[in-house]
Design a protein around this ligand. Structure first.
Ligand code: SAM
Ligand code: SF4
Length: 325
């Protein structure tokens, strides 16, 4: 559907859990976050019902996120429901990759279209420092396994950190001999991200060109998200950038978010708009849900204000692991 700014909203990120098996320094505190009790999290049935309504509003691309989505039991069943029952065109997930070797075959059978695997370094010590866990090998095994499914779209998402530019260069090198795209996500000043220094796209491109040669901008299907891509000669995959700060893309934003506890968020930075869980559990019918969702999307904020001190997210949605990225 179109919002009041005439942006076509066709994509939703659904957080299925606020729990995670890593503790990335820019996302989650070492001690973890106070997790929501299970009954406060939307059930799969509730997500299915809401997705029927999103689908009716022409929002038919879903990304499952978290926390770590693969830590929630039965996620493949949710994928199947969204594809088969709700008629979603594309269901993908973003994961830290640790549980992929265990779960991916079932997810593919359920119809998952792609996986984005988050990885910031190929160095074991550095991985331990960033994620506070020693699980690099499991993630690499997950990537290798994902590439054995020819129909699966595989992307690596890297949040480059200022002190680790060489790690980002090595991650880009994954796209040289493998059929995957690598995307660099600019650090966003949300929660712990405010305390971490990222790398700006222009600086990283300069370093990448020194390492791999000229990068040529290449097309990306319109309406397919905020990344823009470059081709590097001799590379199988492309290198993308999602640069919310240095290349603000709010005027083309196509997405909304559903938090694990059922709030609809129409902008990453702003307070949640509608408590859909409350509506679901107090007996709202589909028409009332659709009306509330439509109104919230119509009023989607024009843009974020990351570089200004306004429009901060609510304290209880402080960490990126709780919003879903
Ligand atoms: N656990 C899953 C994962 O890591 O892919 C899904 C949730 S995670 C919050 C989704 C994405 O958000 C990851 O790629 C992560 O690197 C990114 N992220 C977390 N904090 C961020 C921040 N402050 N700025 C930019 N990206 C961030
Ligand atoms: Fe967990 Fe993903 Fe956040 Fe890392 S970025 S702590 S893997 S939710």
């Amino acid at each position: 559907m179109l919002d009041a700014q005439n942006r076509s909203i066709d994509y939703i990120r659904i957080s299925v859990t606020d729990r995670c098996n890593l503790r990335c320094v820019y996302c989650m505190p070492e001690e973890g976050v106070h997790s929501l009790p299970h009954e406060e999290i939307l059930s799969y049935e509730e997500i299915r019902r809401l997705c029927g309504i999103f689908s009716a509003l022409d929002i038919r691309k879903v990304k499952l996120t978290g926390g770590e989505p693969l830590t929630r039991k039965g996620i493949a069943e949710l994928v199947r429901m969204l594809k088969v029952d709700c008629g979603m065109e594309s269901v993908t997930l973003t994961t830290n990759g640790i549980l992929l070797t265990e779960q991916l075959a079932e997810l593919v059978r359920a119809g998952v279209d792609g996986v984005n695997i988050s990885l910031d370094t190929l160095d074991r010590d550095c991985f331990r420092k960033i994620t506070r866990r020693d699980e690099l090998e499991q993630v690499l095994a997950g990537i290798r396994f994902a590439l054995t499914f020819p129909e699966l779209n595989v992307k690596i998402n890297c949040v480059p950190v200022a002190q680790h530019v060489d790690d980002a260069l090595a991650i880009a090198g994954l796209a040289k001999d493998q059929r995957l795209n690598v995307r660099f996500i600019e650090m966003m000043p949300i929660g712990l991200g405010k305390q971490s220094e990222g790398i700006r796209e222009a600086d990283l491109i300069q370093r990448l060109e020194c390492a791999y040669g000229k990068m040529t901008p290449c097309g990306q299907p319109p309406g397919n998200g905020p990344a823009h891509y470059y081709h590097v000669q001799g590379f199988q995959g492309n290198i993308g950038f999602i640069s919310a700060i240095s290349h603000k893309f709010c005027s083309e934003c196509n997405r909304i978010r559903l938090t694990a506890d059922g709030y609809l968020k129409t902008c990453l930075q702003y307070e949640a708009d509608v408590d859909l869980k409350k509506m679901l559990r107090s007996g709202a019918d589909d028409g009332q849900l659709l009306q509330s969702i439509r109104e919230a999307i119509t009023d989607k904020p024009q843009g974020h204000h990351f570089t200004e001190e306004v429009g901060e997210t609510k304290p209880e949605q402080h960490y990126m692991s709780q919003i879903g990225g």
